[in-house]
Design a protein around this ligand. Structure first.
Ligand SMILES: [Zn+2]
Ligand SMILES: [Zn+2]
Length: 282
């Protein structure tokens, strides 16, 4: 029996599994990309994933770091990698060291400090790019981008041997192509993310929208989260094919959230929305 009843979403061949409720727990994994955005309380299902991309240090997003690392070791898996804002690395090391002493076994960890603009290689052709968010000091979001080489149109009709010949002569016959697959905003206030081309062009956007009711605008402001009014404004600026909403509050029932979203968004935008917590098997 798994520790969590996670939501399951499938977009084309890509699976997204996770759980996300504001203040309780947030963890969103994409197994085929070998990444897990935030770690929550480290559900069993995400332990085999090699890369955790942590957005900030709040307990509901980061509580499972030591268990994730330690349980991988217990299962005979390689050392887990956790990317995190660089200002969090000190306290994270202290927690992991304290757990090592408490447990009596060293918890192996590969911690990578990141800041906005950094890029980290996940697989030979897959990279995590880091962008800034407005939530807590150093907080970040991540885009996962596939990098390919594409042949320049003027060489597209050449035969294999002709291409080999050109390459021998040192001619650059291809150009780099970036395919943003997913962008995960983590916890954030409204930011005009349409200024970042790779977020605009991501096939999938995973965004928080915590508050829905009119009287909750101040709560959203105080907690540095997005309110539906801001989320709707952001949606107007973005064109992502699929938008997954995370970090919903338990203050508002799911059916009300659905209704409010429908009222706030154009039908064309509403059709792209998937509420993560709506996708849990019952
Ligand atoms: Zn949170
Ligand atoms: Zn937070």
């Amino acid at each position: 029996m798994a520790s969590h009843n996670l939501a399951h979403i499938k977009i084309d061949e890509l699976e997204i599994i996770g759980y996300s409720v504001a203040g309780e727990e947030t963890v969103v994994a994409m197994p085929q990309l070998d990444v897990c955005f935030d770690v929550g309380k480290a559900p069993d299902q995400i332990i085999p994933i090699n890369n955790i991309l942590l957005t900030h240090g709040h307990m509901d997003h980061a509580a499972g770091i030591a268990y994730y690392l330690s349980h991988r070791n217990f299962c005979g898996l390689s050392v887990g990698t956790i990317l995190a804002p660089e200002n969090l690395l000190g306290p994270m090391r202290e927690i992991i060291d304290a757990w090592s002493r408490l447990d009596g076994n060293k918890v192996p960890a590969n911690l990578v400090g990141v800041k906005a603009g950094d890029e980290y290689q996940i697989k030979p052709n897959l990279f995590a790019r880091v962008f800034p968010t407005k939530h807590s000091r150093g907080s970040v979001g991540y885009s996962v981008i596939e990098k390919r080489k594409k042949i320049k149109p003027e060489y597209a009709k050449l035969t294999g041997p002709q291409i080999v010949e050109l390459k021998k002569q040192g001619v650059e016959i291809d150009y780099p192509l970036e395919i943003p697959i997913v962008s995960y905003l983590g916890d954030t206030q409204y930011v005009d993310f349409s200024q970042l081309k790779y977020i605009v062009e991501s096939k999938i956007l995973i965004a928080e929208c915590t508050f829905y009711e009119g009287e909750h605008t101040e709560r959203a402001e105080a907690g540095r989260h997005m309110h539906i009014n801001e989320f709707a404004a952001l949606m107007e600026k973005l064109q992502n094919e699929h938008v997954i909403i995370t970090h919903t509050t338990q203050r508002t029932p799911m059916r009300d959230i659905r209704r409010i979203l429908k009222e706030a968004l154009s039908p064309e935008k509403y059709d792209r929305i998937i509420l993560l917590m709506d996708k849990r098997p019952r």
